[in-house]
Write a protein of this length. Sequence first.
Length: 232
Amino acid sequence: MEKDIYDNDLGTITLRRSARATRYTLKISQGKITATMPIDGSEKRMLAFVRENKERLLKALEKHPAAPLIDESTRVRTATFQLRVFRMERNNFYMTLKEGVLHIACPRATRFEEGKTQELLKSMLEQALRHEARRTLPERLVRLAQTHGFIFTGVRINNSKTHWGSCTVRKSINLSISLMLLPWHLIDYVLLHELCHTVEMNHSERFWRLMDQVTDGKAKALRQELKKYHTI
């Protein structure tokens, strides 16, 4: 049983009742606070416990900040589109991708700080990224493979949060939709990285020599540049 409340300083706090809980506890994960109490616990006591620990929670939130909110001020530019979030007089959320712009229309009364709102907006953005990844990445992978003489057996688009891409022993390549958040030269770097794994399934010296061959000697520089970016 869960309930979200909002605090001006702490943000959204999820109040959670658990049959396994024997005491009142606070946990922070990815900038979000979860306050857990016994199934028959007192919400009033739980909130008092939060207030008592407010200073400690604020310090912890500084070390483990939440991802930025998606709202009207969000500026996201992907490889194929930019994001525009706005409010208007409507009863539901709606999105459309036209001429390089992902328009997400929100009801006038939308509260962007609410967790459910952020989950919905993130899912809409991921849907658009998946659409664009499927539309562009397989074709680009084929073109790079033909240019450099690689052979792969298949390509799948997934929503990996930990890897930009991967290659199986059967030379099938997996690509994350998060690749669409990169500039095209880094997308190509990842695609070439996975294509090189169809020849060298490790990161040996031979692998990096091959990477240098297909990136005009820029493999190390591109690798360092990629570290500045993160998946969704």
